[in-house]
Design a protein around this ligand. Sequence first.
Ligand code: ATP
Ligand code: MG
Length: 303
Amino acid sequence: MTQSAVPRRIAYDEPEFTPPPVELPDASVPRETGPLPAPDVTRTMVIANQKGGVGKTTTAVNVAAALAHGGLRVLVIDLDPQGNASTALGVDHNAGTPGTYEVLIEGDAIDQHVQQSPEANNLWVLPATIDLAGAEIGLVDIAGRESRLLRAVEQLLQRRRLDYILIDCPPSLGLLTLNALVAAEELLVPIQCEYYALEGVSQLLRTIDLVKGSMNDRLRLSTIVLTMYDARTRLSAQVAAEVRTHFSAETLRTAIPRSVRVSEAPSYARTVITYDQASAGSRAYQAAAEEIAQRGAPPKGQS
Ligand code: ATP
Ligand code: MG
């Protein structure tokens, strides 16, 4: 399903574009059964790694699209001022478009500002704009600054029924990422199969322990995804083996291969799931999403 060379959606480049209002499914509406199993309760997963460029956004958007194509209801919260997840999911995120900033700073409800992603019927996005860059500072003076997103998510789930909420974080451990770690129950860490891959992970795990100990004892490292795996190099295999030794239960069997299709999809405002469904990268993300759905949430109380 390779697409033509012309980008399909240019709406976010047009200043006059106003996204249509979107209704998330009401909590009373029963869900249809799809190919992937639905969790009993909404799984809220934060995709974090303070290291830049390891595949956080790529993993967030492609797992989200694959879960949605599997019949599940998925919301992606873009918590990165770069707005890369909003781009890949084809939603408007010009400066001034309401989204995560308004939720965190103004206290708006999430469903006021979600947009439907053209990537799947049951896939929604709370977009991030460059305005969010000011939120790290804006949050400092707000009461309960680290739990703004948690409050918004709790409020949303009282009224709306979703199977997954995936939160894409910026490459830092600042207040934005902290809000995600406080709001989520599960942590998904993408690890790039390269040298030094594990160095940043120990810092991330120390932060997680701090958050667990003080702000969110529900948080568990549930999933590790090996990204940009290159089967031709010994290094990739060595890093993968090391990660699997340290995190045998958490690491998905599926590793995501390095693939040109995966990296070019966002320039067409798409995920690789629709951009080139049969490509190796797309199939890997579909397999990863299926593993996540089949494994289910880790039992409560497990670290
Ligand atoms: P940041 O820290 O800036 O938010 P990130 O961790 O979200 O980055 P991505 O933006 O997902 O990382 O990926 C970094 C770069 O690597 C992007 O250009 C992306 O297209 C590319 N990339 C990610 N996964 C793959 C893959 N499997 N094959 C090829 N390229 C990939
Ligand atoms: Mg990113």
